[in-house]
Design a protein around this ligand. Sequence first.
Ligand code: SF4
Ligand code: SF4
Length: 256
Amino acid sequence: MSLPIRRTGLNRETPFFFLCSQCLLCCRHKKIQVNPYEVARLAANRGLSTAGFIDRYTHDSGTVLNWEEDGACVFLDARGCGVHPDRPLVCRLYPLGRHVLASGEETFSEIEPDQDCKGVYSDNGVITAYLDAQGARPFMDAADKYLDLLWKLCHILEEEAAEPEKQNAIVSVIQNFAGGERHGDIGFADVDAIAAAFCEKLNISIPESIDDKMLIHIQAVEAWANNSERRQDHETKKTRQITAKGSRKKPRHESH
Ligand code: SF4
Ligand code: SF4
């Protein structure tokens, strides 16, 4: 679902201010995409594990929030957003959108608001102040970390082009970023399960804070994608081959 854009190519210092009147129109008929960090925040807000949250409140493998029959977000209640302190980044940014290139370059665009939006715009501020007022920074940091992970997975995918089985597994993780099918027993967005399994493997305790758990989750996915054991095997075999070549019997020098 693409939304009409009013202005684009904005940066953090661009004059912008928006005062929402909380009519809640924009919490209807929207596809709210979430990353694993946002899943973990929302799950904690609901007192659920990430697996329980994914099953109950999302579709497309935990990447999109459910909505009611009338198009209202599953968290919209009579008083407004029922998960306000942990609402996803897109909800915090609206009516802004944020774009980050592979180079890390960041721009913002201003989305054309809903026809009946009662929000008030002005130039009485800059985008960076708006981001702070919305508590967007930890969510943007998390989004950047998962984007970075996505680029790494794409890079590994290129390297693994000759191994179809490995490729399929990575493609499935990448699809999960964009709302693919749940893969295997543990979905990619199931931060709790993935972090717990990785901590057990490393024999370390599971961190309590969601931010730290996210770092473990990213590390776990990266380790899985790098598959260091398999790569080490491959490197060892390569080293053996090189050593074998290098230790070929030297031609015998005849002494006269
Ligand atoms: S439609 Fe506009 S005024 Fe209403 S809640 Fe959304 S942003 Fe705020
Ligand atoms: S999470 Fe909250 S702010 Fe976002 S769409 Fe749902 S009800 Fe609205």
